[in-house]
Design a protein around this ligand. Structure first.
Ligand code: ZN
Length: 222
């Protein structure tokens, strides 16, 4: 398994069929025909589902996470493998495919969904921050990694239902508006959206602090 993951770091071959990838400027992991087998890889359908789970004016996602082993492996490599370069490349890919929200007020700033400091210290990184960094290069905007902090550490929410998750994450996030150097509208960034409870909690905290929360972008959607 690890061997196949590392071969995905700098893909020269399609991760599905193994064929050569054309040498294009845009980073890709699958050849055209194989990418077409991922019909929900990008599009407005994902944004619609996100808005159903979390009330927000703006949403964007890269792909649905069903059974595509290749995409699941990519996410695992980012989240648990600590592959910064891969995360930033996916962030760029996401930025290219997700048009930034229309805002007439001021600038957009990306705020990665934070880990609790203890988890971040143990893991050594926050994958959402890497994805946000990649996106910011395409959107030409700032990233504010210190805007949000996570208050308590909870056990993994894997296996919890929507109501349980919403209860657990409420009041879990603090906002530090001084982390913003400029006046800006906030777009949250995370690796995966499951029930939307996390984005809702972060967005609620941002609004409570008096800042304008536009919505969120996640690399994948379960
Ligand atoms: Zn292929």
């Amino acid at each position: 398994m690890w061997e196949s993951w590392t071969s995905l770091i700098l893909p020269k071959h399609c991760c599905v069929c193994g064929g050569w990838l054309p040498d294009e400027t845009e980073w890709m992991i699958a050849c055209g025909p194989c990418a077409l087998d991922w019909p929900e890889l990008h599009g407005e359908f994902g944004a619609m589902i996100m808005k159903e789970r979390c009330r927000m004016p703006y949403a964007g996602t890269g792909f649905r996470l069903h059974t595509q082993a290749e995409l699941i492996a990519q996410l695992a490599e980012i989240k648990y493998g600590g592959n910064r370069r891969l995360a930033e490349k996916w962030g760029k890919w996401l930025g290219l495919r997700t048009p930034p929200p229309m805002t007439n007020s001021c600038k957009i700033v990306l705020a990665p969904v934070p880990l609790h400091w203890r988890k971040r210290w143990k893991r050594g990184y926050n994958q959402a921050e890497w994805i946000a960094n990649g996106m910011a290069r395409v959107w030409r905007c700032e990233v504010a990694p210190a805007l949000l902090t996570r208050r308590r550490h909870h056990d993994s929410m894997t296996g919890m239902n929507r109501m349980d998750r919403a209860r657990v994450v409420r009041d879990l996030y603090d906002v530090n508006p001084t982390a913003l150097e400029i006046e800006a509208d906030i777009v949250l960034v995370d690796d995966v959206m499951t029930t939307g409870a996390t984005l809702s909690a972060c967005g609620g905290a941002i609004k409570q602090s008096g800042l304008n929360w536009l919505g969120g972008v996640t690399l994948a959607l379960t």
